[in-house]
Ligand binder design. Structure first.
Ligand code: NDP
Length: 492
C-alpha cells in the first residue's frame, strides 16, 4: 500500500496539466487534478482557440469581398457579433467537456476549487462553497499557467485584457490596442477585419521585438495598408471614462484618442503566488516563475512544474511537451529532457506570420562570433489569388542559411497560411536541412510555399544599416526559443 492518496496531484487543468494527468494515468499512476476555473486553461478558453475562431471570422470578410472578383455577386456583409460570440462559446463548452471526459475516462479524480500546497506532499482544495478536500501525493505537478499583466498608468483598470476580449457583448467601433507582442498584433488585425477602427500603440521603434526585422517591417506595412493605425514610440499615459461611456486615452505623444475600448496586451505573468509554493520550499525566480531543472523538478524534490508558470516558452505545444517529459520520467521509466530546439510559432496577425529558427539578425550575430557568414534568400510577391482580386497584399518569404555549412537555420513567412507552411519546414530544420536539399526538393505548383524551394538569388551582403538596431533593443525574447538548453542541475 502506498503511503500517499495518489501518485500524482496536478494543480491546474490547462494544456500542460491535463496532458500530464492523462499521460501519467495511462502509465498506471493514480492521479488527481484540481481546477478552479475552466478545463483547458487559457488556450481553450481565452487564448489560442477563441482567438483562431475570431481570426477565421475576421478573414471571412476578405473572402466575401474577394469572391466578387471570382464571379460571385455578393451583398455587402453585415455583422451579427453576438452570433459570433455565442458560436465560440458553444465550441468552447464542447471542448471543456472533452477535456473533462478525457480525464474521467483515465480514472483521474477531478476536484473543483483552488488548490494550495500544505507541504510538499499535501494539497488542499478549497471549493467555491468553502469546503475543503485534502490529498497526499507522492508527486505534485504545478501547471497553473499565467495571467495577463495590466499596465500601471492612471485609469489602466478601464482597459480590457485578453481574457475579456472574447466576451464583449458588441464589437467596439473604435479600439486602441496597447503592446507590440503576439496578442496585440493578432487582436489589432482581428478587430480591423471585423470593421473596427483600430489604433495600436507600441512603446518601441517597431513591434514584435525579437522577430526577424524584415518580418516586422513587412507586417507593419501590410497592417497599415489594411487601415490599422500603428503608432510606434507611443504608449498610453492615462485613461478616463467619458460621460457617454467612451474612453479618453491620453498618449505619451500628448494626443488624446477617443475610443470605445482599450485592450492592454503587455505580456503575461506566471500564476505562482498564493499557492503555498514558497512555504513548501518551491523557489521562484525574480519574475515570480517557478524555478525548475532540466526535468522540471523544483527545489522541493516532490514538486514539478511545467508550462507558463515556469515562464520559459509561453506556447501551448511546449507546455504539452514538458508535461509529457514529467509523466514519462515519473511513471514510464524514461530519462527525458524537453527539447527546445527549433520551436516553430505562428502569429495569427493579418496577414499571419510563420517562423522557425534564427532571425537574420540573430544568425549574423552568431556567424560573426564564430567568424562565419550568413546567406539570405528573400522573396516578396503578390499571391496568385490576388492577381484577380487586385488586393494589394504581398507575401514575404525568407530563408536564413549558414554559409559554411549550407544549413538552413531560419524560415520566415508573412502571408496567407504562414503557420501551415512553416510547420513542415520546422521538421526539415530540426533534421538539419541544407539549402541544397531545399533546392533539390520539387515544388508544388501553383502554391506560395513552392517559393521556399525555388529561391536561388541570394540577397547581396548587407551593409544596409539596420532600420531598427535590434541588437540595441535588448535580449530577444525569441532567442531563448531556439537556443536555450536547461540543464539538469544548474538552473534551479
Ligand atoms: P508578449 O510578451 O508577446 O508582448 C508583450 C508586449 O507588450 C511587447 O510588445 C512589450 O514591449 C509590451 N510591453 C510590455 N510591458 C509593457 C508596458 N508596461 N507598457 C507598454 N507595453 C509593454 O506578450 P503578449 O501579451 O502579446 O502574449 C503573451 C504570450 O502569449 C506571448 O509571448 C506568447 O508566448 C503567447 N501567445 C502566443 C500566441 C501564438 O502562438 N500565436 C498568441 C498569443 C499569445 P517590448 O517588446 O518593448 O518589451
Amino acid at each position: 500500500m502506498s503511503a500517499y492518496d495518489v501518485d500524482l496531484f496536478v494543480i491546474g487543468a490547462g494544456s500542460g496539466g491535463v496532458r500530464g494527468a492523462r499521460v501519467a494515468a495511462s502509465l498506471g499512476a493514480r492521479v488527481a487534478i484540481a481546477e478552479e476555473r475552466f478545463f483547458g486553461g487559457t488556450c481553450v478558453n481565452v487564448g489560442c482557440i477563441p482567438k483562431k475562431l475570431f481570426s477565421y471570422g475576421a478573414h471571412a470578410r476578405d473572402d466575401i469581398e474577394d469572391a466578387r472578383a471570382y464571379g460571385w455577386d455578393v451583398a455587402e456583409p453585415t455583422l451579427d457579433w453576438p452570433r459570433l460570440v455565442a458560436g465560440k462559446d458553444r465550441e468552447i463548452a464542447r471542448l471543456n467537456g472533452i477535456y473533462q471526459r478525457l480525464l474521467e475516462s483515465r480514472g483521474v479524480e477531478i476536484l473543483r476549487g483552488r488548490a494550495t500546497l500544505e507541504d510538499p506532499h499535501t494539497v488542499v482544495v478549497t471549493a467555491l462553497d468553502g469546503s475543503t478536500t485534502r490529498r497526499t501525493a507522492r508527486h505534485v505537478l504545478v501547471a497553473t499557467g499565467g495571467t495577463p499583466l495590466r499596465p500601471t498608468f492612471p485609469g489602466a483598470d478601464l482597459a480590457l485584457i485578453s481574457d475579456d476580449i472574447f466576451y464583449l457583448s458588441q464589437r467596439p467601433d473604435r479600439l486602441l490596442v496597447i503592446g507590440g507582442g503576439y496578442i496585440a498584433v493578432e487582436m489589432a488585425g482581428i478587430f480591423r477585419g471585423y470593421g473596427a477602427a483600430v489604433t495600436l500603440a507600441y512603446r518601441g521603434a517597431l513591434f514584435l521585438r525579437g522577430f526577424d526585422r524584415d518580418v516586422r517591417t513587412h507586417l507593419a506595412g501590410e497592417m497599415r495598408q489594411r487601415g490599422v493605425d500603428l503608432r510606434f514610440h507611443c504608449d498610453v499615459a492615462s485613461l478616463t471614462r467619458r460621460a457617454d461611456g467612451a474612453l479618453d486615452a491620453v498618449l505619451t505623444t500628448g494626443e488624446t484618442l477617443v475610443v470605445d475600448a482599450v485592450l492592454a496586451a503587455v505580456g503575461r505573468a506566471p500564476n505562482a503566488r498564493g499557492l503555498g509554493l514558497e512555504e513548501a520550499g518551491v523557489a521562484l525566480d525574480a519574475r515570480g516563475a517557478v524555478r525548475v531543472d532540466g526535468r522540471f523538478r523544483t527545489s522541493a524534490r516532490s514538486v514539478y512544474a511545467v508550462g507558463d508558470v515556469i515562464d520559459r516558452v509561453q506556447l501551448t505545444p511546449v507546455a504539452l511537451a514538458e508535461a509529457m517529459v514529467v509523466a514519462h520520467n515519473l511513471f514510464g521509466g524514461a530519462q527525458r529532457q524537453a527539447d527546445y530546439e527549433f520551436i516553430p510559432s505562428a502569429v495569427f496577425s493579418t496577414p499571419p506570420i510563420g517562423t522557425v529558427g534564427l532571425t537574420e539578425e540573430e544568425a549574423r550575430a552568431e556567424a560573426t562570433e564564430r567568424g562565419g557568414a550568413v546567406d539570405i534568400f528573400r522573396s516578396t510577391f503578390t499571391p496568385l489569388k490576388h492577381t484577380l482580386t487586385g488586393r494589394r497584399e504581398k507575401t514575404l518569404m525568407k530563408l536564413v542559411v549558414e554559409r559554411d555549412t549550407d544549413r538552413v537555420v531560419g524560415v520566415h513567412v508573412v502571408g496567407a497560411d504562414a503557420g501551415e507552411i512553416v510547420q513542415g519546414f520546422a521538421v526539415a530544420l530540426r533534421l538539419g536541412a541544407t539549402k541544397a536539399q531545399l533546392d533539390a526538393t520539387v515544388g508544388i505548383h501553383p502554391t506560395a510555399a513552392e517559393e521556399l524551394v525555388t529561391m536561388r538569388e541570394r540577397c547581396p551582403d548587407p551593409d544596409r544599416a539596420l532600420e531598427v538596431d535590434q541588437l540595441a533593443e535588448g535580449p530577444s525574447p525569441r532567442r531563448a526559443i531556439v537556443h536555450h538548453r536547461w540543464e539538469d542541475s544548474d538552473d534551479r
